[in-house]
Design a protein around this ligand. Sequence first.
Ligand code: SAM
Length: 233
Amino acid sequence: MYNICMAFNARPLKEKLHRKRSRTKSSAAWLQRQINDPYVAEAHHLGFRGRAAFKLQQMDRQFHLFAPGKRVVDLGCAPGGWTQIAVKAVRSTENNPLVVGLDLLPTAPIAGARMIQMDFTSDDAPVVLQELLGGHKADVVMSDMAANTTGNHMTDHLRIMNLLKMAYAFAVQVLNPNGIFIAKIFQGGTENKFLAQMKKDFKTIKHVKPDASRKDSSEFYVVALGFRGNDEA
Ligand SMILES: C[S@@+](CC[C@H](N)C(=O)[O-])C[C@H]1O[C@@H](n2cnc3c(N)ncnc32)[C@H](O)[C@@H]1O
C-alpha cells in the first residue's frame, strides 16, 4: 500500500538491528525495546517509516483531521510516518502535492510530498515553507518536533515548549479559517498558559495520549480544531 516505504524499510528489522556491532548500554536497551515493541513490528509490516504513524492515524480516526484536497504542513517530518498518513488521507500526488514537510534530518522522498531539510528555528523557515505551499494557506499544521531528550525533565519540557511556540506562531499565520493544529507536548507545567491562548484562537482543544505513545513518556498531543482565523483570533 505504501510502496515507496517498502523499499525504504526493505531489510527485516531484527536483521538490521543485529548488524549493529558497537552499542552503548542505553542504545542496547533502546534496541531491545524496539525489538519487543508490537507497534514497531506492525509499522514495519505495513511499510510505515516508524511507530509514530499510528499516533497520527489514531488522532485522525478520532477527530477526522484530513479530507481529500486539504493542505498539510508536517513539522519534524523525519523519517516520514506522519507524512505517509497525510499524503494518503488528502490524496496528495506528485502532480498536485498537498503535503509539505520539514526536518533537521534528511527524509527519504515520499511521492506526493514536498520535503525540505532545514532547522525550523531558523529565521527563514516560515518563508521557505510558505513557498513550498505555493502561496496557498494550509488546512492542517502538525508538529511532532522534539529535540533529543536530555533526561532532565524540565530541560526537555522547556525545549519542546520553545519549538511548540514557534510552530504555533507559524500555524496561526498560515492556517485557513477552521484549520487544525496538532502538536506534541511534554507535560511540565508551563504549557497551561499556552493552552489558554490556544483556547482563544481555536473552537475546540483536545488533549490526546495515543495508544502508541509510550506509557512511561510524559508526551501527549494537543489537537486544536476550528481555527477562528486571524481576524477573530
Ligand atoms: C519524533 S520525530 C518525528 C517523527 C515523525 N512524525 C514521523 O512520523 O516519522 C521528531 C523529529 O523532530 C525533528 N526536529 C527536532 N527539532 C527540529 C527543528 N528545530 N527543526 C526541524 N526539525 C526538528 C527531529 O529531527 C526529528 O526527526
